[in-house]
Design a protein around this ligand. Structure first.
Ligand code: NCD
Length: 354
């Protein structure tokens, strides 16, 4: 039995297999319409969501399975102070697989350590969002025909944008992929995402205009208001990039524009009619990849032995994570754990330096 917490939990071969399955589902939906008969998914969402939760639920229904759902957190026992570990131990008794979104970084790893069913990380704070990346990969594959040899511009909030972190992790494993990181200085991508990658594949800039002509993919993102410590800082940065038809004049004619959505105002509505804009198609591709993922994880769950996603070299010692958004700061009796990576000590849950 396996969970999906970080996109790096899946090998490139497994990603390719998921893409193959999703493409087959698109071509032959009937073939899969009873694949999950008698199975249930729980969607546990402690943070707002439209696409991610509904596409998981639509995915399960289209596989012939059933869904139970908890949204908002305020109506669940989390509001009474229940830990993530306890919630997951309970919900594991009711369903065959769980998709969970939580506002705390590292909550998904704690869930996977405590569940008796596969856990899918549907977003853990500003940390990771692996199933959005599955949607992004299928979108890029279907729109460009390949995943290698692409220049990808990531624009907006690269600090708190969890979809960006997971997309970089996934795409940096394909041959010849270059990234242009476009953000205000205050919202640059965290070190823990970039550190172990080939540094030559990254260019950092604050200028979308400068980057535009070189891009095969432009991945726009929302400034993540809910993750800022200061409202003032958010207000200062919120309109850093607004994509409009004029800015696209210098873009390649076959560039594709992606966005995980929701959009606030970083893409003008006038761009929606541009044939390069694929962000609404991306939401449909997300459903197919989630179908492929549910099939894979339920299939592997036939073997009840749990594959732990806790790094095998994790140390429990006196080093404590100080990131206030980390699960180690709030979960009852959770031991702080760290690993050494690139000569730095890093929290296993949120990956921040200690
Ligand atoms: C993203 C998220 O939740 O991180 N949305 C999504 O899942 N499609 C992006 C965002 O909220 O800005």
């Amino acid at each position: 039995m396996r969970s999906l917490i970080d996109i790096l939990d899946l090998s490139v071969e497994e990603l390719d297999d998921l893409l193959k399955t999703a493409n087959d589902i698109i071509d032959n939906p009937q073939k899969y319409s009873k694949s999950c008969e008698g199975k249930k998914i729980a969607t546990l969402f402690f943070e707002p969501s439209t696409r991610t939760r509904m596409s998981f639920e639509a995915a399960m229904y289209e596989l012939g399975g059933n869904v139970i759902s908890m949204t908002g957190g305020a109506t669940s026992s989390a509001a009474k102070g229940e830990s993530v570990a306890d919630t997951i131990k309970v919900v594991s008794n009711y369903v065959d697989i769980i998709a969970m979104r939580h506002f705390i970084e590292g909550a998904a790893l704690v869930a996977s350590e405590n569940g008796d069913v596969p856990i899918i990380n549907a977003g853990d704070g500003g940390h990771c969002h692996p199933t959005q990346t599955l949607a992004d990969l299928l979108t890029i594959y279907r729109e460009k025909g390949h995943l290698d040899n692409l220049t990808i511009g990531l624009c907006g909030d690269l600090k708190y944008g969890r979809t960006v972190h997971s997309l970089i992790n996934a795409m940096s494993r394909y041959e010849g992929v270059k990234f242009v990181l476009i953000s205000p200085k205050e919202l640059m991508c965290p070190d823990y995402v970039l550190e172990d990658k080939d540094q030559d594949s990254f260019t950092v800039t604050t200028s979308l205009e400068e980057a535009m002509p070189s891009l095969d993919i432009l991945y726009m993102t929302r400034i993540q208001k809910e993750r800022f410590d200061s409202e003032e800082e958010y207000l200062r940065l919120k309109d850093s990039y607004i994509l409009n038809p004029e800015k696209l004049l210098t873009a390649k004619s076959d560039m594709k524009i992606l966005h995980p959505l929701p959009r606030v105002n970083e893409i003008s509505v006038a761009v929606d009619d541009d044939p390069r804009a694929v962000y609404f198609k991306q939401t449909l591709y997300g459903k197919y990849m989630r179908m492929a993922l549910i099939l894979k994880l339920l299939n592997e769950a036939e073997d009840k032995n749990k594959v732990s996603l806790m790094p095998s070299d994790a140390l429990s010692d006196e080093y404590k994570c100080t990131n206030p958004k980390c699960i180690s700061q709030c979960e009852q009796e959770l031991k702080h754990k760290s690993v050494i990576r690139n000569n730095k000590r890093r929290c296993v849950y949120c990956e921040h330096d200690i």
